[in-house]
Write a protein that binds this ligand. Structure first.
Ligand SMILES: Cc1cc2nc3c(=O)[nH]c(=O)nc-3n(C[C@H](O)[C@H](O)[C@H](O)COP(=O)(O)OP(=O)(O)OC[C@H]3O[C@@H](n4cnc5c(N)ncnc54)[C@H](O)[C@@H]3O)c2cc1C
Length: 294
């Protein structure tokens, strides 16, 4: 129960970026419109805010999703702004207490949504550049897809689009329909690798950095965006620096434990920075400036 001395959140001044929401701490109830299994451990959820309100996010931003009485956690938005109308999608791995309950949700159920939060990828500043996106595992669906689709929907604004995707094994590859679609396009350069092939796999075998051997990039006009498990960053950045990119041309996403999402609780603090607010997207140059980041 909220104490009577608690501030009236409905009249608290809300930062401009949260206009339209009653409070940055109070979730808006969204309706689950569709649930699609993607792999053994991931499902894709289509959600609709009340009145079909647009989420108004940037690629790389996240929302806090809650089930009342159970918990709340951050999830990157899968849908690009260019494809977000009355609904948006999240790809959620069944990883623990909250996500196992999220996996039981059915169309018509309600969940709490706060956000969008965080600094996404500044795709406007990528215009005119070649873009190399290197996601590992789940990161292809969120948040890489939101950036990829934003670029595809404004294709002539950008140079080459190179996608290097790695997963542990073929059954963990996400978005197989989209991979097949990109494979056929002349304006997308896609390479996929798995660490552990099965009998049917005919593609590249090895960690994601093995794909860098096959590509030539122009270091003067390339922006690289790499998203995945922290261990991946060390090796991918070494490859990118070896190809002549400077640290400020390399973007990454830091998925720290987040609780409030709005820079108050300190759970996601990396040195003196809050990953939920100033991140989760940072350039390698920014990350080098605070020693705990990598
Ligand atoms: C910015 C951001 C974006 C994210 N986007 C997605 C997404 O699009 N899809 C998705 O499936 N997940 C995403 N995650 C991770 C997701 O928030 C966690 O999987 C979720 O909090 C697990 O909640 P749980 O209660 O089910 O698991 P718990 O029962 O709390 O934990 C289960 C296991 O997951 C580990 N874990 C929990 N939270 C994290 C975390 N933040 N980072 C690493 N390990 C963790 C725990 O140590 C434990 O081993 C994102 C995290 C962040 C910070």
């Amino acid at each position: 129960m909220i104490a009577s001395s608690a501030p009236n959140l409905t009249t608290t001044t809300i930062p401009k970026e949260y206009d339209g929401h009653t409070s940055i701490f109070l979730p808006t109830m969204a309706t689950v419109v569709d649930v699609q299994p993607e792999t053994k451990t991931e499902k894709i959820f289509t959600l609709r805010l009340p009145d079909g309100e647009n989420l108004n996010h940037n690629p790389g931003q996240f929302v806090m999703l809650s089930i009342p009485g159970v918990g709340e956690a951050p999830f990157g938005v899968m849908t690009s702004p260019s494809r977000t109308g009355e609904t948006f999608k999240l790809c959620i791995r069944n990883a623990g207490d909250l996500t196992s309950l999220i996996h039981q949700l059915k169309p018509g159920d309600q969940v709490g949504i706060r956000g969008p939060f965080g600094r996404g990828f500044p795709h406007d500043t990528f215009v005119g550049k070649d873009i190399l996106v290197a996601p590992g595992g789940l990161a292809l669906a969120a948040p890489a897809l939101s950036l990829i689709d934003e670029i595809l929907d404004h294709r002539t604004d950008y140079g080459r689009l190179i996608i290097l995707y790695g997963a542990r094994n073929p059954s963990e590859l996400l978005l197989k329909d989209r991979l097949a679609e990109w494979e056929k396009r002349d304006d997308v350069e896609l390479q996929v690798t798995v660490d552990h092939p099965d009998d049917e796999w005919t593609g590249n075998v090895g960690v994601i950095t093995t794909l860098f051997e096959h590509i030539q990039i122009n270091p003067y006009k390339t922006i690289a965006v790499t998203i995945g498990p922290p261990i991946m960053y060390r090796f991918v950045t070494m490859e990118l620096l070896g190809k002549g990119l400077t640290p400020d041309q390399i973007w990454m996403s830091f998925e720290r434990r987040m609780k409030c999402g709005v820079g108050k609780c300190g759970h996601c603090q990396v040195n003196h920075r809050y990953a939920c607010q100033e991140g989760p997207s940072w350039t390698y140059a920014e990350a080098l400036a605070f020693e705990e980041a990598l």
